[in-house]
Design a binder for this molecule. Structure first.
Ligand code: PMP
Length: 452
């Protein structure tokens, strides 16, 4: 009885005081409230159990309830509760070194609290680097349409999804957008076969037209995730990397989603040969979502410029909580588990069989394309295969709703191009068991067989 009353109070307080992210607040609406979680599953206030097929916001890579991670935070908080990174502490030192080891190069890391902040730091570092390298005119950034890079003004300006920006424009000046490598809906015409290569060459053209002396960097995810799970050929990123080098434009790889095993490699850029990014940004999987942390790793060529003499040659950027000792301790434990349980290899192995099962769905009239890498899967739904007309919002809602009724949470690309939120997105925790994965596959298949 008491519990029921308490729940009712919470629902009322939620309605009155809690502003949810990305949510239309209506009086009739009662958002799902979770109470506990174990592994890939969580329980809501009604006692229903759900498999979280989107890992929270694609961050809960090791699933709920890892005692060692909680213990690491607890011990660190007792030992040194807070210390700023204008000075130093052991967890941050060890983590920066661990990140460099996994990036397979010599990298120095600046810590913040989120993916957006990691990208903001990357933009400032890139501009300052060029400035200190004798090229103060290099200030523009290039990103791809459909990309999401964060909610702060710089990161939002790199984000190229109309509906996310429309009420907040004008964006920060100096951010340019180019077509994504999206062969299913080629920006270069339906008959074109080498979309990826053309998309890479387009970047070269934009740099030439703008003047290489004005362009600071290209920012991209190795695989556009929230923008609809776009999986270009491996040659795409290699080509973009060569173009960047040719023009002295920094390659900034946003590994906020793809980092720490999501794609079946430790970092997504590692799928492509010869790519060693100038800057790598991370968040989400860095701590598996247990505590907030963002990271911006820069290679030694860039970092050297920040060590040179000069009153203003240091990076004039600070974040009170960035690199919090407890967050760094959590990240270290998270990476230790990823290594110990060989999570990355596991994802690579299980990805193939999962994908091939999902591919069977392409036999259905409404399934235009199934795409995926690692534990990141996209199913593009269309009215019919010939016209590729996207299915309606209502239909997408129905598919997601029926999956939920059956105990599976999946997502979609919400706001890329108006009317084109038609890609189902599945990104379960990387520690999901074989049975968990089977549940995901069977549920998605049964729902789509029923509705498509
Ligand atoms: N980059 C990418 C690719 C993301 O998907 C996100 C978050 N969804 C961000 C950056 C921003 O991360 P955060 O929400 O932690 O600021």
């Amino acid at each position: 009885m008491k519990l029921e009353a308490e729940k009712k109070d919470l629902v009322q307080m939620d309605k009155e005081h809690l502003w949810h992210a990305m949510h239309r607040h209506k009086d009739s609406d009662t958002p799902m409230m979770a109470t506990e979680g174990t592994g890939s599953w969580f329980t809501d206030t009604k006692g229903n159990k759900y498999l979280d097929g989107v890992s929270g916001l694609w961050c809960l890579n090791l699933g709920h309830g890892r005692k060692e991670i909680a213990q690491a935070a607890y011990e660190q908080m007792l030992q040194l509760s807070y210390f700023p990174l204008t000075l130093s502490h052991k967890p941050a030192i060890e983590l920066s070194s661990k990140i460099s080891e996994h990036l397979k190069g010599s990298y120095t890391t600046f810590f913040s609290n989120s993916g957006s902040e990691a990208n903001e730091a990357a933009f400032k570092i890139a501009r300052q680097y060029h400035n200190q390298n004798g090229n103060p005119g290099k200030y523009k950034f290039i990103s791809r349409y459909r990309a999401y890079h964060g909610n702060t003004f710089g990161a939002l300006s790199a984000t190229a999804q109309a509906n996310r920006r429309v009420k907040y424009d004008p964006a920060v000046p100096g951010f340019l957008h180019v077509p994504p490598p999206y062969s299913y809906r080629s920006p270069f015409g339906e008959q074109v076969e080498n979309t990826d290569l053309l998309a890479a060459e387009y970047i070269d053209q934009v740099i030439n037209f703008e003047g290489a002396e004005t362009v600071a960097g290209v920012i991209l995810e190795p695989f556009i995730s929230g923008g609809g799970v776009l999986i270009p050929s491996k040659a795409y990123l290699t080509k973009v990397s060569e173009i960047c080098k040719k023009h002295d434009v920094l390659l900034i790889v946003d590994e906020v989603v793809s980092g720490f095993g999501r794609t079946g490699k430790m970092f997504g850029f590692m799928h492509s040969d010869g790519v060693q990014p100038d800057i790598v940004t991370m968040a989400k999987g860095l701590t598996s979502g247990y505590l907030p942390l963002g990271a911006t790793a820069v290679n030694s060529r860039i970092y050297e410029k920040f060590k040179e003499d000069g009153d203003l040659n240091h990076f004039r950027h600070v974040s009170t909580y960035g690199g919090h000792p407890a967050s760094c301790a959590v990240a270290l434990k998270n990476i230790e588990i990823i290594e110990k349980e060989q999570i990355v290899q596991r994802v690579a192995e299980l990805s193939e069989s999962t994908l091939s099962e999902l591919f069977e769905l392409t036999a259905l009239d409404k399934v235009g394309e199934v795409r995926g890498v690692g534990f990141l899967f996209g199913i593009e739904l269309v009215e019919d295969k010939k016209t590729k007309t996207p299915v309606s919002d209502v239909f997408m809602g129905k598919v997601i709703g029926v999956c939920k009724e059956k105990g599976l949470i999946i997502g979609r690309n919400g706001d890329t191009v108006p009317g084109y939120g038609n890609v189902l997105i599945i990104a379960p925790p990387l520690s999901s068991t074989v049975e968990d994965l089977q549940f995901v596959i069977e549920t998605v298949k049964s729902v789509l067989y029923e509705l498509c």
